[in-house]
Design a protein around this ligand. Structure first.
Ligand SMILES: [Zn+2]
Ligand SMILES: [Zn+2]
Length: 253
């Protein structure tokens, strides 16, 4: 064992001529054994001896130090990864772009918006921009980050309203996992149908039927309101799921 005790001796070697001798592991700065005098006399500077055992020990310490630093960096990366992947953050990332059945919210909004161009002119709200030009950009949709509940498994649900249309700002806020009908409902508001009246629900019915090439049965409707949304949801659930839900990939054994 070298180092520590100042009285411990180790072998010092001249790097030029290889001549060695024993000297303390920590010789004083002016200890003559630190230097190879024959080689120094042939040089313009003092030629210092080196202690191979001490060098090896230092190299070992450096390796251990680098290993500690590498582990610390890895731990920091792991910590950040865990912080960015809490069930809440994972759910927020997932449900901020897709709705129920993994529907792509932005793509669907754009698609539904374009359908208004095909709407019979008598059904369009002529006073609105889309009624006049049919060329307005689709509304911006944001998934509300407030009122989220996420459990330990990352299951997400929302308290409060499912969707809200800020028609004057041409934007929509929806809850996570928004259903197709709720998204379509808010888009209809943005197209200029402000009240839950006959015109509104006729527009929603037309949009649903045109989008999915199906027909919606309104025969049991007695009054206009959210019950109709739920009714459309029931009538289209299979179609909507088939449209958006990617089939589960079967992995071969
Ligand atoms: Zn020498
Ligand atoms: Zn509404």
């Amino acid at each position: 064992m070298v180092g520590g005790d100042p009285m411990t001796q180790t072998r010092w070697k001249c790097p030029t001529c290889g001549h060695g001798l024993l000297a303390p592991t920590r010789p004083r700065l002016n200890d003559v054994r630190r230097y190879c005098l024959p080689c120094s006399s042939k040089s313009t500077v003092l030629v210092e001896r080196v202690a191979p055992a001490l060098e090896a020990q230092r190299a070992k310490r450096n390796v251990a130090q680098r290993e500690r630093e590498r582990k610390a960096r890895q731990q920091e990366r792991d910590r950040k990864h865990r912080a960015n992947n809490t069930p809440r953050k994972v759910a927020q990332r997932k449900w901020s772009t897709v709705g129920e059945y993994d529907m792509n919210i932005e793509r669907e909004t754009s698609r539904l918006w374009k359908l208004f161009a095909k709407m019979p002119p008598t059904m369009l709200q002529a006073s609105t921009a889309i009624g006049k030009s049919k060329r307005l950009d689709p509304p911006k949709v944001a998934v509300k980050q407030k009122n989220w509940n996420v459990d330990r498994e990352g299951r997400t649900w929302s308290s409060g309203a499912l969707g809200y249309a800020y028609t004057s700002q041409h934007r929509i806020a929806v809850s996570p996992k928004v259903s197709w009908v709720t998204l379509a409902h808010e888009i209809v508001h943005c197209a200029g149908y402000h009240y839950h009246d006959r015109a509104f629900y006729n527009a929603l019915k037309w949009l649903t039927e045109t989008r999915f090439k199906t027909s919606i049965d309104y025969s049991k409707v007695t009054r206009y309101g959210y019950a109709i949304d739920r009714m459309i949801e029931q009538q289209t659930d299979d179609i909507v799921r088939a449209e958006f839900k990617k089939p589960i990939e079967l992995k071969p054994d």
